[in-house]
Design a protein around this ligand. Sequence first.
Ligand code: H2U
Ligand code: ZN
Length: 346
Amino acid sequence: MNFNEDPHRRLNILTGEWVKVSPHRTKRPWNGQVEKLPLEKMPEYDPGCYLCPGNERSGGVKNPDYKETFVFNNDFMAILPETEPDTYDNGLLQAKTEQGLCRVICFSPRHDLTLALMEPSDVQRVVKLWISQYQELGAMDFINHVQIFENRGAVMGCSNPHPHGQIWAEREVPDLPAKELENQKTYYDKNGSCLLCDYLEQELSDGSRIVYENEGFAVLVPFWAVWPYETMILPKRHMESIDQLTDKEVIELADAVKTLGIKYDNLFHTRFPYSMGIHQRPTDGGEYPEAHFHFHYYPPLLRSATVKKFMVGYEMLAMPQRDISAETAAKTLRELSNIHFSESEE
Ligand code: H2U
Ligand code: ZN
């Protein structure tokens, strides 16, 4: 099989789902020409932003005059701590209550920054915040899973450019992480080794889908990527959760997050939109030797700062499909500069 010529399907080993790849439709790699507009100017402080220091949020609460990071309980939680476990069983109609809580985490007091534009030490502080939130929320007796994520860019439906992420922590392990854990467990039970450790070893020796690496982490376009520039960040050492990072690995993870952010911004000369998030061990007190902590990045853009991929038609009815191969996307990202376009003099 020729990955560059033959239409084929690839298996997502984490979910068990397949993606169709049609590489013959884009034989020529993308030629790298983008409209080189300067980075859109934004104010360091926006009096109308509900996340900026000192500003009022809905309901009249005032943000503190924070200088580094800031965490608060979401004023419009999608799941609530006071909801008691309950089930509804009416034959084909099945339901369960959902109990949990939602938080918003501001990465910086500066309205105009992103993880890609923040100082390395400030990104390290965000990594440490992810760790402490995972531990603090995970320790609550009704919290068995902590989903940390960031949704950025208007095209992703994000309401505010102020650098921030969210956390939804809950009693039940949600579907996608549960499915990934199940596949990791099946592999672990069968082979006695970690699925993602073995996968990463194969990717590092192949190299064609690696975007960036430092001593502790690898950034890659997974073999089964659906979104054109979808990536994962994986620790090279087996660890089940983010709180197992050493101080050195905190620095290395922050470097991987920032560098990937810079490459993404450089791709189409824009503040690159994406949804990203962390998958790791549930916090129900169980043993999860098969869980390998990792990040997924799902960016919607295809060809420019405004042309996105639509998951419609065949993809909604049948299965996901992509034209540019994971290898081509990885090569493009790998070859992009690690210096943000707004800071280089092209
Ligand atoms: P986005 O990441 O989609 O921009 O959402 C930000 C979150 O901020 C959203 O979940 C919350 C919304 O509920 N929010 C508050 O908690 N307080 C506010 O005053 C406005 C928005
Ligand atoms: Zn702001």
